[in-house]
Ligand binder design. Sequence first.
Ligand code: GDP
Length: 455
Amino acid sequence: MSCVSLPTVAMLKNDTIVAQATPKGFGGVAIVRVSGPQVKSIATLLTGQPLPPRQATLRTFLAADGETIDTGIALFFPGPQSFTGEDVLELQGHGGPIVVDLIIESVLHAGARLAEPGEFSERAFLNGKIDLAQAEAIADLIQANSKEATRAAQRTLQGEFSHAIFSLQEKILSLRIYLEASIDFSDEEIDFLKDENILQRWHVILAELDQLQIKSHQGSLLREGINIVIAGRPNVGKSSLLNALSCKAVAIVTSIPGTTRDVMRQSILIDGIPLHIIDTAGLRDSTDEIEQEGIRRAHDEIKQADLILHVIDRDSSLDDWKMEQANCPILLIQNKIDLTPHEPFVQTLKDQVIIHLSAKTGAGLTLLKNEIKRCIGWQPQEASGSFYARRRHLEALVQTKKHVLTGLEQLAHHHSIELSAEELRLAHLALATITGEITSDDLLGHIFSNFCIGK
Ligand code: GDP
C-alpha cells in the first residue's frame, strides 16, 4: 500500500473516458459523458463541427461510418472549468439502450475508453476540483434515502464538512508551530501551563472537535441507520411490535407460542434515520430442532445489535428479565397495556428505562420512538447542521481526539514539548485522511469502486 499526499502529476490520467451518466434502460433522455484530452476532437468527429463552450447546441450524433445515430443536445465544458477539471462533453440523446450503445460505440471508435465506476469523480478529486469527503458525498447524495439525508449529503458536498476540518487543522498547525518554535528556547524554561493563552487554544480545539463529532455522528445515523433487535420470550408481542413499527403486517401474529422461527427484517425511517428492525424467535428452551435454530440465530442478532427492544408482557415481573449477551443499550418494553386500565407511560427503574405500551392498538408507540431517538443520541436541533459522515470519517475524528488529548497530557503532566508537538502532528494527519490530503491508493480504489459507472 503506498501513500499519496495530494495527487501528483503522474497520477493524473491522460486518456479519455466515456460512460452513460443516466440509469440504464428506457427513458425520455439519456446522457453520455466524455472526459479527457481528446474531447474536442471526439466532439468534432461525432457532431460534424467544433462545439462552442458551455452552450447547449442541437446536433446530429454521427456513427463512425457517418450514419446518423440520433439528434440531441451537445454540451462542451472546456477544462479546468468542468466537473472533472478536464475537457468534458455531454451528449443528451433519446433514452433508448440501443441509441446509447451506438453513441458510446462511436465515442470509443473516436479514441476514448469505457470509464471505470466512479472514474469521473476520481478525476475531479485528482484534479483538485473537490476533496475526498466531497467526492464521497456525491455517491451519498445519489443514494440518500430521506430528505434529511439528502440535506446532510448536500452540506458535505458544498464543502461545509471540509471547511470545518480545515479550520480545525489550521488551529492544530498553528499551536504545533508555536510549540516547536519554543523547543529551541527550552533553556529559558517557558512554563506552558502558566500560559493561559496556550491552554485556551487547546480547549478551543477540543470544543471544535466535539462539535464536529456530534454533527458527524448525527449524519452517520442518517447514513448508516441502526440495527434494532426485538427480543423476548414467545408470545409477548414481538411480531406485533415489528408490525406496529412498520405500519404493516410483515410478521405473522398468532397466539401460538414459537411461531417466529427465522429472523424477520424490516427497515423504517424515523426523522430520516433508517432503523433496521429485526424480529427474532422467542427465547425459551425448546426441543424443536427448527425452533432451536431460530433461537440460535436470535442470539447471534442480539450480539450484533445497536439497540435491543426487550419485550415482556403484563404477567412478567419487571425484576424478572435478563439479557446476558447484549453489548448495547436495552429498552425494556412491557407490552399489552390495553389489558390494563392504564395509559401508556415511560418509567425508569434502577437506571433501566421501561416503556409501557400496546403493540396491538399502537398506543404508546410515539413514546417508544422518542426513547429510541434519545437512546441512539439523535439530536434534532443538531441534525439541521449535520454532516453526512462515513464510518471512516468518525474513526479519523476519534483518532484526532486521541492525539489532541495525549498531546495535552504530554504537555501538562510530562512537560514534554516535543512529544506534545508530535501528537499534534499526528492529529493533523488523521484529519487529512478525511479530505484526502493524505490517503492511500488502496483507500482511493475502494472508495471510487463503490460508485456507479458514469459518476
Ligand atoms: P411473539 O410471539 O412475541 O412474536 O408475539 P405475537 O406478536 O405473535 O403475539 C402473541 C399474541 O399476543 C397474539 O395473540 C397477539 O394478538 C397478542 N398481542 C400482541 N401484542 C398485544 C397487545 O399489545 N395487546 C394484546 N391485548 N394482545 C397482544
